[in-house]
Design a protein around this ligand. Sequence first.
Ligand SMILES: Cc1ncc(COP(=O)(O)O)c(C=O)c1O
Length: 398
Amino acid sequence: MPSENTQKTGRIPEQGLPQDTIIQELEAKLRRDLTYSSGKILCSMCTDPPSFAKQVYHKRLEKNLGDPSLFPASAELEQETVRMLGSLLSNPTACGSIVSGGTEANIVALWAARNLARKERGEVVVPVSAHYSFDKAADLLNLKLIKVNLNSCYQMDVKAAEKAISSETVAIVGLAGSTGLGVVDPLHELSEIASKHGIYLHVDAAFGGFVLPFFKELGYKPLPFDFSLPSVCSVTIDPHKMGLAPIPAGGILFRDAAMCEAVRMKVPYLVGGETEQSTLLGTRSGASALAVWALLKHLGRSGYASIVEQCLGLTWKLVEGIQRIDGLDVVTKPTMNVVGVKSGTVDIRSVFQELRKRGWAVSLFPDYLRIVIMPHTKPLHIKSLLEDLQRILENLET
Ligand SMILES: Cc1ncc(COP(=O)(O)O)c(C=O)c1O
């Protein structure tokens, strides 16, 4: 088959191939990928978007938000999307952009903080639990991360954070849903510290941004994490995580336009010569922002609230099941739909490998496994995972 040759050589075929042949080859090759519908993906903070969002995305692939003068309606819809996300985060007049994900959002936040501090270098105080995108940001922006230890609840140690502040500090970062355990840092106290020292506070709510806003209406204790805290300057919130949007869709929201302007660049050659961008990327998908816009309107607050309720309900079932298995326990009582699983009797890496052999994909952290209960996870998947864990523990112990 001609396509086999191209696979070996990596060359574009001399003569184009029929579409059917290519699609068949693609389907065959993609069979090795895991699917969300199998329920086996328990390590990802992304999920299968609702088909309505996929439809919007497919139809609008040609839109380029890097060139807003060509697509002014799309650009306006992006801003409306930002305002809707802002209203979720207690600030309907927030400014910002729909970016490629949490990594870009965190980089843009620190870029703004550094520029607002009018420094070419500087320090950023982060918890050791911060996502590695802050290491990328620091490397790119000539910043030094001052990593602060956690308290016994796996939250940033506030006293240590205050001690870490120096004349070089350009920002403090707090987490509203840590990558490993879904923990929310003591953001109220961090906000007070930021205000006392006059320092920029960024909140990484890449995951928690679509979970925490619904706590109150679902009967859970609300955790302040957003622009309702007076010192919060920017928030990362990822529609492509618990927002259920097609990848790539991240959100960087600033408290006001002046903060957003700190990263604004004029683009000298696009239509009218007056175009400005406040993102890391130049050309970027408008389909992403439009799909988020459509999804926010389609699901509404109540739609998102019931998705969060379903994920949290399953999370508690998983926790109960884990605690019933001899040799396993949770690292800490989950705050949201992220569960750390540890063992006092067996090497957790062996549990990970046994799960992998059975097709389960969970995350391996140095001392624990992380399981993320996303909307694609159903009760039967949790039941079957717990049965496998039970068998694995029995076999590993003998
Ligand atoms: C808290 C947090 N921030 C940022 C990110 C980075 O997001 P992305 O992978 O979309 O760039 C992640 C990814 O899991 C995360 O957990």
